[in-house]
Design a protein. Structure first.
Length: 226
């Protein structure tokens, strides 16, 4: 067992493992160590930039869920955009669950939104479930405010999949987009441009959001497909 893996097991919380493993049902419980995210994040900050960390992110695939989470945390701290995007692309196909996929974007992405769009186009057209989910997640986190364009909504609405974790991300994106860009996004609901399940899940998530007004929620409910 290498030193990083030893350190991870030293942080193990068995009760938390038993609880958290239920949230990621597609991951074998034996592959979950059981480390709370703040604890793992603190450790990632401690080793970020070290030779040990550099060696760790070169070692794929990993055995444990927390190793994948640590890997994602380490590459999101890379400040050089070219190096970061290279490591993200190398890692994406090894992601096997929603939680590892859904970490915040690398901070360097915010300064390179224009270049990132071509990468996102590749990701959302991938055959890999979590690569697609990651791409949609980046559009949600980085392109719904001052850099918003309705064409990004069209990109997401154009993703057609049978994969639950992709469709959940589309609904999450659309609900967030409704909260931030209501006038531009509501036509996608009014004109029923989404698959039925995604359409209804978008409405559900939007209605549950505190960022949607009561009046908007009432209006959205009229478009639920029975």
């Amino acid at each position: 067992m290498d030193s990083i893996q030893e350190q991870l097991f030293a942080m193990q919380d068995i009760k938390y493992r038993d609880f958290h493993s239920r949230l990621i049902p597609n991951i074998n419980k034996e592959n979950v160590i059981g480390i709370r995210v703040p604890v793992l994040r603190k450790y990632a900050k401690e080793i970020s930039g070290s030779i040990e960390a550099e060696q760790f992110i070169k070692q794929l695939p990993h055995t444990y869920y927390e190793e994948n989470n640590l890997h994602m945390m380490l590459i999101t701290s890379i400040k050089d955009y070219d190096k970061c995007i290279k490591e993200v692309n190398r890692f994406l196909t090894y992601i096997d669950n929603w939680a590892t996929c859904d970490f915040a974007p690398p901070s360097c992405f915010k300064k390179h939104r224009k270049e990132l769009l071509s990468e996102i186009d590749v990701w959302i057209n991938s055959e890999d479930t979590y690569t697609v989910r990651y791409g949609i997640g980046m559009l949600m986190r980085l392109y719904l405010d001052e850099t918003f364009d309705v064409k990004y909504v069209r990109k997401v609405a154009g993703v057609i999949s049978d994969e639950y974790y992709i469709n959940m991300m589309i609904a999450w994106y659309m609900a967030t987009a409704l909260a931030k860009q209501w006038d531009a996004v509501i036509p996608f609901i009014e004109d029923k441009k989404l698959p039925v399940w995604v359409h209804n899940k978008t409405i559900q998530k939007a209605v549950e959001s505190y960022r949607i007004t009561d009046e908007q929620k009432t209006y959205l409910k009229t478009f639920k497909i029975r």
